[in-house]
Design a protein around this ligand. Structure first.
Ligand SMILES: NC(=O)c1ccc[n+]([C@@H]2O[C@H](COP(=O)([O-])OP(=O)(O)OC[C@H]3O[C@@H](n4cnc5c(N)ncnc54)[C@H](OP(=O)(O)O)[C@@H]3O)[C@@H](O)[C@H]2O)c1
Length: 281
């Protein structure tokens, strides 16, 4: 049984899941079927990944009851605004071949995201969505958003891994009992993540890999993690990060690896904002 965490609206969410960013549309069905067969129940996709249809095919074919799955998707910037966002939620539901989305996030803090949030609150009321939240909000926009919305976000998804531990945001989200969900939980392999000397050494004590240590470092602190791999043996390895516990001494050692607390993207860089506004349609 996958360990789960209770969100601020009472919904239970698996602590470890499977992410499909950069999984090609024609590979998504196979990958998600493999992931579900391996034991994953939480699947993280997004409108901007262009693979919701493949995920939907897998949901339809996997043979696991829909109530046991936990599907996350995200509204892209080009669908921001109340009406557009609402229509895009219906479109995501069609593509995902499901009556409801377990967790719906605003993907990026740009465009009319207040309108998007109202559409998400509406979808929540209608039972089309079970929980709502945001992604990539930095402290300034987070504080402003939380002050101006009725339903407090259940989840915030941020770049979070041993090198970017989000200590500042973790304090800020305590007020609303919002849970942190880690994207790039393995730092996308950067900084020698998979062969990192400290995590490799710690892993040896438990018979675990650096990847498993880095993932358990997150989930053991109640941070939801969604590692991505197209390879079944890696899916399995990443899932098996859940079957051991790091000592508090080891956790404290890994905490020292924090370098770029809030992640390595500068969300106020005009070039980055322009990129987000034009990329992915
Ligand atoms: N909200 C956002 O803006 C945002 C941004 C980025 C990502 N995300 C979400 O977060 C998920 C995870 O993040 P991510 O995909 O960027 O990065 P990640 O999970 O940290 O790393 C994925 C990379 O690690 C490799 N890998 C996976 N397991 C491995 C293992 N055990 N040993 C060695 N290599 C391994 C994968 O290669 P192979 O596939 O070739 O195995 C892939 O290149 C995404 O899929 C997506 O759902 C969200």
């Amino acid at each position: 049984m996958m360990k789960s965490i209770k969100l601020n609206n009472g919904v239970e969410m698996p602590l470890l899941g499977y992410g499909v960013f950069q999984v090609k549309p024609n590979e998504a069905e196979r990958c998600v079927l493999d992931a579900i067969k391996t034991g994953y129940r939480l699947i993280d996709t997004a409108q901007a990944y262009f693979n919701e249809e493949g995920v939907g095919e897998a949901i339809a074919k996997c043979g696991v009851d829909r109530s046991e799955l936990f599907i996350t998707t995200k509204v892209w910037v080009s669908n921001s605004g109340e009406k557009k966002a609402y229509d895009s939620i219906l479109e995501s539901l069609r593509k995902l071949k499901t009556d409801y989305i377990d967790l719906l996030l605003i993907h990026q803090p740009f465009g009319d995201y207040y309108g998007t949030y109202r559409a998400m609150e509406q979808a929540l009321k209608e039972g089309r969505v079970r929980a709502i939240g945001v992604s990539n909000f930095r402290p300034d926009r987070w504080i402003d958003l939380v002050k101006h919305v009725d339903v407090k976000p259940s989840v915030i998804q941020l770049q979070t891994n041993v090198f970017s531990q989000q200590q500042e945001m973790r304090k800020l989200i305590e007020d609303t009992d919002t849970k942190l969900m880690a994207w790039a939980p393995m730092a996308e392999g950067q900084n020698n993540f998979f062969v990192h000397p400290l995590m490799t050494a710690i892993g040896k004590k438990y018979g675990k890999s650096a990847a498993q240590v880095g993932l358990r470092f997150l989930t053991q602190q109640d941070i939801i993690a969604i590692p991505k791999s197209t390879h079944v043996e890696r899916m399995q390895q990443n899932l098996e990060s859940m079957d051991f516990n790091l000592s508090s001494v080891d956790i404290d050692e890994i905490k020292k690896l924090n370098q770029t607390d809030g992640g390595n993207i500068n969300f106020t860089d005009p070039q980055f904002v322009n990129y987000i506004l034009t990329a992915f349609g």
